[in-house]
Design a protein around this ligand. Structure first.
Ligand SMILES: *[C@@H]1O[C@H](CO)[C@@H](O)[C@H](O)[C@H]1NC(C)=O
Ligand SMILES: *[C@@H]1O[C@H](CO)[C@@H](O)[C@H](O)[C@H]1NC(C)=O
Ligand SMILES: *[C@@H]1O[C@H](CO)[C@@H](O)[C@H](O)[C@H]1NC(C)=O
Ligand SMILES: *[C@@H]1O[C@H](CO)[C@@H](O)[C@H](O)[C@H]1NC(C)=O
Ligand SMILES: *[C@@H]1O[C@H](CO)[C@@H](O)[C@H](O)[C@H]1NC(C)=O
Ligand SMILES: *[C@@H]1O[C@H](CO)[C@@H](O)[C@H](O)[C@H]1NC(C)=O
Ligand SMILES: *[C@@H]1O[C@H](CO)[C@@H](O)[C@H](O)[C@H]1NC(C)=O
Ligand SMILES: *[C@@H]1O[C@H](CO)[C@@H](O)[C@H](O)[C@H]1NC(C)=O
Ligand SMILES: *[C@@H]1O[C@H](CO)[C@@H](O)[C@H](O)[C@H]1NC(C)=O
Ligand SMILES: *[C@@H]1O[C@H](CO)[C@@H](O)[C@H](O)[C@H]1NC(C)=O
Ligand SMILES: *[C@@H]1O[C@H](CO)[C@@H](O)[C@H](O)[C@H]1NC(C)=O
Ligand SMILES: *[C@@H]1O[C@H](CO)[C@@H](O)[C@H](O)[C@H]1NC(C)=O
Length: 327
């Protein structure tokens, strides 16, 4: 066969294709009719050798790379209706990617944690198409998988200026007509916390009022919330003290801290006798009040993870007693 074709090539090169023997076309046809299966097997082998590594080696790597190179931003996180073992999570996530591939990420169970700690809950993340800026909404009741870890999360959210929220899972990824492949989703979003409720103030306090809940003082608390987190704290009881002497307790009903500035009504039971006794130490009658969390109750249940975070909270507010007693 090799000996057969060599002179033919020389001839074609010298005289040109037009001068080829008339039998050439039919000879090629005969050749293919006889040997087509060799070419077919060759083609299949080439396709397999090229395609298999692409599909089974390169594609999973590229798929994982796509996921690795994306980022996660939490633009809204709403924790509501808490019970000791669960809560409702309404969260908006935004995926950032510079890739020109826009694979489908299938719904998966994502473990949510403070980066580095155990997951406190597992959230069903819905299916989405991974293009830049895609908004992934989660809104479901989630069971706590680790109460200690969730107490740690609540503490971090309330006490810190910034914290790291991690989402971990093994979703399926599918690009175009390629098969679905499992990938590891492991991303951490940096989130602002409540920063110890810095900026907290008592507003318009009055002592000596008769409130419907049987207390004798009322006013408003101003609580700035620089985060994107909204959290339902329920019926909150706070301890009030001046220079380590208890002067009473304050109550905030149905408190939900929302992003931005919160101004909410507060009532308090203040021992007027104790306050009167200490005024001589404060010539301008401005008392520095230390406020600490006592308890929180939601639907008649103590919510331990919120109570734990509030117990560490120490707030200081100034009370102008002259003003509070007038009117
Ligand atoms: C993805 O990231 C993980 C950990 O960050 C790393 O171990 C892995 O090699 C990365 N995979 C690819 C394909 O980039
Ligand atoms: C995409 O590119 C921009 C500009 O180069 C960069 O700032 C950004 O971090 C990149 N995003 C990701 C997810 O890597
Ligand atoms: C979830 O949050 C979004 C954005 O704040 C809001 O529009 C939506 O009504 C919330 N869903 C529920 C069930 O609260
Ligand atoms: C996330 O990725 C998007 C798109 O690449 C980019 O615009 C954005 O700045 C990134 N965000 C963060 C926090 O890295
Ligand atoms: C949460 O727990 C309750 C009761 O323990 C169960 O009925 C419910 O299916 C659980 N929900 C999820 C999403 O696992
Ligand atoms: C629960 O979380 C705590 C605090 O992060 C951790 O020490 C503990 O090992 C976790 N428990 C389980 C069962 O993962
Ligand atoms: C997620 O990634 C971080 C940092 O890249 C790593 O420390 C952590 O172990 C990973 N999580 C899991 C569950 O593998
Ligand atoms: C919150 O109040 C501060 C002043 O106390 C003001 O500067 C700020 O703009 C307010 N923020 C919002 C979101 O209203
Ligand atoms: C605070 O209490 C301490 C003793 O407990 C006392 O010595 C101090 O004078 C008090 N300060 C004021 C401003 O009352
Ligand atoms: C909460 O207040 C009660 C009095 O009403 C007090 O006995 C208790 O020690 C306080 N608990 C905390 C944790 O401050
Ligand atoms: C708070 O207390 C009030 C009055 O006791 C009650 O009506 C309300 O349901 C309580 N709120 C929560 C969230 O438990
Ligand atoms: C306290 O309130 C009184 C009465 O409203 C006012 O005259 C006084 O200036 C206030 N003191 C301070 C330090 O603001």
């Amino acid at each position: 066969m090799a000996g057969d074709s060599k002179p033919e090539v020389t001839e074609m090169a010298g005289v040109g294709a037009a001068a080829a023997r008339p039998g050439f076309g039919s000879r090629v046809g005969t050749h293919f009719k006889r040997w087509w299966w060799v070419y077919l097997i060759g083609l299949i082998v080439v396709v397999l050798v090229v395609v298999l590594p692409v599909v089974y080696v390169a594609y999973p790597k590229i798929a994982q790379h796509l996921v690795n190179e994306s980022n996660l931003t939490v633009s809204m996180m709403d924790l509501s209706d808490p019970s000791p073992t669960s809560f409702v999570l309404n969260q908006t996530n935004i995926i950032g990617t510079n890739s020109s591939f826009h694979p489908t990420i299938y719904s998966f169970s994502g473990g949510v944690s403070l980066a580095g700690l155990a997951a406190f809950a597992h959230v069903q993340i819905p299916k989405f198409n991974a293009h830049n800026g895609v908004v992934v909404e989660v809104n479901q009741r989630v069971n706590l998988t680790n109460e200690t870890a969730f107490a740690d999360f609540c503490r971090a959210a309330i006490m810190s200026e910034e914290f790291q929220l991690n989402v971990y899972g093994r979703p399926g990824l599918k690009q175009g007509g390629l098969p679905k492949k499992p990938v590891t989703y492991n991303h951490t979003a940096t989130m602002k916390g409540f920063n110890k409720l810095q900026g907290f103030e008592l507003l318009d306090m009055h002592i000596g009022t008769n409130n419907s809940d049987g207390t004798n003082a009322n006013g408003y608390v101003y609580i700035p919330n620089p985060s994107v987190i909204s959290i339902a704290l329920g019926n909150l009881t706070l301890n009030l003290a001046v220079n380590n002497t208890a002067i009473g307790q304050a109550y905030i009903y149905d408190l939900t801290l929302r992003p931005g500035n919160n101004t909410v009504p507060m009532t308090a039971n203040v021992s007027e006798l104790t306050v009167a006794g200490m005024l001589s130490n404060y010539p301008d009658y401005i008392l520095p009040i230390d406020i600490t969390g006592n308890s929180t109750v939601y639907n008649n249940q103590v919510i331990p993870y919120i109570a734990g975070a509030l117990a560490e909270l120490e707030l200081r507010a100034e009370l102008n007693v002259t003003q509070a007693l007038s009117g």
